[in-house]
Design a protein around this ligand. Structure first.
Ligand code: 5GP
Length: 138
């Protein structure tokens, strides 16, 4: 399996399509999922090409995990969450739809159900939730 330079997250990294960006550093980017399963659902990706967990280098994984931890803590406080669900899908059979490595961060509240897959969110709400995470990051 090879990396497709025209996947949607590669286009976000190149600035060819817009995204609500909550955090970035030299090696990673965190932006909001446009079909959020809970308020604050965001994605962490490496800035370098990588299809999924099966071809990721230790450096890419380390960089992503550091950002996941930073953003997860910010999301906990931004949404007054009780916990975090972290998801990663690799290859079609594993549930992957976009073939650039990404980690889903879902801030969760006690008893809260996760919403349906594939439902476009309200862009105003997503933008506001992005600002909440960014503010919590300082
Ligand atoms: P997965 O590949 O792990 O199944 O999920 C891909 C995720 O990317 C989905 O949660 C989907 O909602 C999200 N997604 C798909 N297209 C776009 C897009 O154009 N922009 C953003 N921000 N998220 C997207």
């Amino acid at each position: 399996m090879s990396y497709d330079n025209d996947n949607i997250f590669a286009k976000i990294l190149r600035g060819e399509i817009p995204a609500f960006k909550a955090y970035e550093d030299d090696n990673t980017l965190c932006f909001m999922d446009i079909m959020p399963r809970v308020p604050g659902h965001c994605l962490v990706i490496p800035k370098t090409p990588c299809r999924n967990i099966l071809d990721a280098t230790p450096e890419q994984l380390n960089a992503c995990m550091a950002t996941v931890s930073t953003v997860a803590n910010a999301a906990m406080s931004a949404f007054g969450a009780d916990g975090i669900t972290l998801q990663q899908f690799s290859e079609e059979a594993g549930g992957q739809e976009v073939f650039h490595l990404h980690f889903h961060i879902l801030p969760r509240h006690e008893g809260q159900k996760v919403g349906p897959h594939g439902v476009m969110g309200d862009m105003g709400e997503i933008k506001a939730n992005c600002a909440k995470i960014a503010a919590a990051l300082g």
